[in-house]
Ligand binder design. Structure first.
Ligand SMILES: C[S@@+](CC[C@H](N)C(=O)[O-])C[C@H]1O[C@@H](n2cnc3c(N)ncnc32)[C@H](O)[C@@H]1O
Length: 475
């Protein structure tokens, strides 16, 4: 008998079943859906949360669990660029060779370690248990080893290691530190202008969870009523806006359930208000929203139109989105009509309308706070795809308005290729149209740019980065 075989063997650890943590499993499933099926986090989460509540029972999956699961998913998706750089520094092969489900478990773990207050040991052990459940024991060891390396530094420590120095490559530095694709950093900076402080504030604001803002639809509800009845504070700029307190649920607001109020970012409210308040000469009875789905701005415009005895035609290409517009407008106190129509081949006669809104399809780079995965999905080529459509829709708007009437061209993107480039290209061929200064139509709102168009920003106005150009048809 050999020396070795006589030595008492260390007893094998008894097998322990992995602990199932419904919050982390749900977060993992949501990330997989976003990764694999190109799903939207804000759409996949609610059914997953409902399912977890039903399966676990409300006592084992309460509001705090739902809030944590939501935070883990949104935070991991937003910070994916930074976390990928950290993970890449801790594994010995290119990230594209790591299985996507393993990468999702790792990213969730890195977010817990570097982006939350969850204690280190809890973040690692919860991630390893999750890995055992969804990946198996073998790959859980890999997850454990990587996360232990990640846990050696805090976020600042890692950023110093993985982000190139600002002076060497400012855009790459900002892309890694603030977790945006480099081309997006570059485009936002081009539009914002200025130095390092402004762009850093903007990128940071993109990583914040936006407040839930309501609009009290004029003639149907008032901001005062909403403020009286709910934990909320007034909007910053729009007289119709109310900001719900942290954790406030719009579904709990009766006026929202009844359609007298809606969920709407203040930037969108300002776009509708500026168009509605732009001076027009002569009649002011026919308004058009040419890209109305899902109907947020149309509902505010229709309510404002009703107060002035005007009618709104809300038109939207996609029939199912036209259905959403009809739902948003139901109960409007004045006359309106909803149609499904392609705005590039409009069924209405030219020169019909006094006011026209064209809130065109765009990359949505101004609403990154709301769609955590959007920044990683968008490609620079998307701009080329939208460009002809945006120009065609603006031409339709200019054809649809009567002489003396006003067009509002809006995007929820600050990318210059979707904003000023479109307006200036189209206006070059339209000597009968001129830009009017939109800034005085947003009284009290600071830092709107040098005009005549306006650009809102999350870090300056607390709104999405909405763009608006107002154009009058002069001949
Ligand atoms: C930015 S969204 C409008 C948002 C809307 N104004 C709101 O506040 O709720 C752009 C809309 O234009 C629609 N759209 C796309 N192509 C169109 C076209 N050729 N004609 C009309 N609408 C179009 C899209 O389906 C989408 O609903």
């Amino acid at each position: 008998m050999s020396e070795q075989s006589r030595r008492p063997r260390k007893p094998a650890k008894p097998y322990r079943r992995p602990q199932k943590d419904p919050v982390r499993i749900l977060a993992f499933e949501a990330l997989r859906a976003v990764d694999e099926r190109d799903a939207y986090a804000n759409l996949v989460l609610p059914p997953l949360l409902r399912k977890a509540r039903e399966k676990e029972g409300p006592e084992n999956f309460d509001a705090r669990d739902a809030a944590l699961a939501t935070e883990l998913v949104y935070g991991t998706l937003r910070r994916q660029g930074t976390y990928d750089a950290v993970i890449a520094a801790c594994v010995d092969r290119p990230l594209r060779e790591v299985d996507p489900p393993v990468l999702d478990v790792l990213s969730l773990g890195v977010h817990q370690l570097l982006g939350t207050r969850i204690p280190t040991h809890a973040a690692v052990s919860a991630s390893v248990e999750l890995a055992r459940v969804v990946l198996g024991d073998g790959r859980a060891k890999f997850v454990n080893a990587v996360l232990r390396k990640v846990a050696q530094h805090d976020l600042d420590g890692w950023l110093e290691k993985v982000a190139p120095p600002y002076d060497e490559d400012p855009e790459d530095h900002l892309a890694v530190v603030h977790s945006h694709p480099r081309w997006v950093v570059s485009a936002l900076w081009d539009s914002l202008g200025g130095g390092r402080a402004g762009i850093e504030d903007l990128l940071e604001a993109d990583n914040e969870r936006p407040e839930v803002t309501l609009v009290a639809r004029p003639g149907r509800a008032t901001a005062e009523e909403l403020l009286r009845e709910h934990a909320a504070v007034p909007g910053r700029w729009s007289p119709y806006a109310v900001r719900l307190a942290e954790g406030g649920e719009p579904g709990a607001v009766e006026a929202v359930r009844e359609g007298r109020a809606g969920v709407q970012d203040e930037g969108s409210q300002l776009v509708a208000l500026a168009l509605a308040n732009a001076p027009v000469e002569g009649s002011d009875s026919r308004w058009l929203d040419g890209c109305a789905g899902p109907g947020g701005k149309a509902a505010l415009l229709a309510a404002l139109a009703a107060e002035r005895g005007a009618t709104l035609l809300a038109s939207e290409k996609q029939p199912h989105r036209a259905g959403l517009v009809a739902k948003a407008l139901a109960g409007n106190p004045g006359p309106y009509q909803v149609i499904a129509a392609d705005g590039t081949r409009p069924p209405w006669r030219p020169g019909t309308f006094d006011r026209v809104l064209m809130d065109v399809p765009c990359t949505g780079l101004g609403a990154l706070r709301r769609r955590p995965e959007a920044r990683w999905r968008r490609r620079p080529e998307d701009l080329d795809n939208f460009a002809p459509l945006q120009r065609a829709l603006l031409r339709t708007a200019l054809d649809s308005v009567r002489v003396g009437g006003v067009v509002g061209y809006a995007t929820c993107s600050p990318h210059l290729a979707e904003t000023r480039a479109v307006v200036s290209d189209v206006l070059k061929q339209r000597p009968e149209a001129e830009l009017i200064d939109a800034r005085p139509l947003l009284p009290g709102v600071p830092a709107l740019g040098e005009g005549p168009d306006v650009q809102l920003w999350p870090h300056l106005h607390g709104t999405d980065a909405m763009y608006l150009a107002l154009i009058r048809r002069t001949g």
